[in-house]
Design a protein around this ligand. Sequence first.
Ligand code: 1PR
Length: 531
Amino acid sequence: MKITLLDYGAGNVRSVANAIEKLGAQIKTVTTPADILNAEKLLFPGVGNYENMIRVLNEKKYINPLREYIKADKPFLGICLGMQALFEGSEEDFSGNESLSILKGRVKRFKTNLAVPHIGWNGVNLKQESPLFNGIDIDTKFYFVHSFHIVPENKDVVLTTTTYDYDFVSSVQKGNVMGTQFHPEKSGNAGLKLLENFIYQKELKSTGPVDKKGKGLTKRIIACLDVRTNDHGDLVVTKGDQYDVRDKGNVRNLGKPVELAKRYYDEGADEITFLNITGFRDFPLKDMPMIEVLEKTSKNVFVPLTIGGGIKDYTDSNGITYTALDVAARYFRSGADKISIGSDAVEIALEFIKTKQKTGTSSIEQISKVYGNQAVVISIDPKRVYVNSPDDAKKHNVIKTQFKGPGNESYCWYQCTVQGGRIAKDLDAASLAKACEQLGAGEILLNCIDKDGTNSGFDIELIQLVKSAVSIPVIASSGAGCEEHFNEVFQQTDAEAALAAGIFHRKEVPVKDVKDHLAKNKIEVRQNRHI
Ligand code: 1PR
């Protein structure tokens, strides 16, 4: 079977291609408008910004061939923006460029007090009996990452809805033309099954209406791999105690990045994060170790991958400047779904807070503009600074803490650091998070140097503080030592996800045990199913 893949140049098409190849099908990539018309089955994965996508489709003269192909009712699957493109326009598009307008209705931004983007594993309510869902249990979760959703005028095209505060349309089908808001290529075994159905089912048309209800959004469990080169020149996964990764002078070696990532995928991790922890030292595209890690990992790991470390503008010794956007683009094309910015975000936020001006040129603004807000994660490395009274740190968000400081201080603020905790800045974590959200970041990865590697539990006070400062999702990180710590963080804060490293690397607690414990405590989680 040959699948024609419409790659318009944005986002992580590699994962879709890897999934198709894993399922034994061949890929033909669209390079001319005629390739669209000649396709047998056309797959259109889109990610990022709607306006950018429609602009590129117009520039490449793909609009009319796509209309012709779809109107002929030939098999078509649009993913995320690839589905949104079927409609008449989006609130994300101010250009006036022509959309496909095959289906009536528009794309609208989520109107909710819940975190936007809607990121994570959510269920579906099936409205049509479709071969696309053959063999997929109604309790299955799929991976979503978006701030906008379609609002079709004609309810007959609705294939599934999903609940996020309210029910929105999460997939559509009309004849052989279908689209999903969720990412099957990032939805583990269930997503692979759906793609397999699209690729191999001879008859794809739905057989009529049904009403089957799925379950809701899960909390995400993320495995984090801190990666660096050790003193022998090997790229290893390491793990620090409060960011000190050396033990008796040597960099701790806890395994190989690609192998560990695969293990966590098999164990049911909902996402994998790679942090190139010495990325600030070198230009990340110089020897590209992380590119290879991503390329290899994305061949076998079908959950979202985040990559961080050294993402910033860079001028090399020949005077050639590479923007953070260039670096991010390379990462996305190698299999990353999100990039994470640490040190550069602090500098950008300090400038933004000082000038109150958006320049449009910062890494956060540039990458989110092209790839969407959901693709930009801000990794914060704060540590506690104790004070006797809020007046002692008037510029900062100070909290009263249950855990007194070394001098019996009852208050603290969380100071941002750069370069892996090496340099402290005059900025607190909540202010950084807020500024970055305003600049276009879609998620916060909230570490805590005091807690990192201690196994003593997450810093609940920090997470509550930052969560209350922003409306984008927050990933709680640092300090997990047992299953109950995950329960605690989800019961006591509104964090959308929790990340851990040491306990997973040292095999002290498998991902599955964390999820079983959460499920027992009535917290919705995704169980990894073999389909
Ligand atoms: O600043 O954009 O170059 O990005 C560098 C990235 O590398 C940042 O995201 C920063 O958090 C990370 N980083 C830098 N140095 C270290 C270090 O450990 N020496 N790792 C480091 C940070 C924090 C978490 C960790 C959790 C969970 N690691 O990712 O995995 O704390 O650990 P635990 O469960 O074992 O407690 P830039």
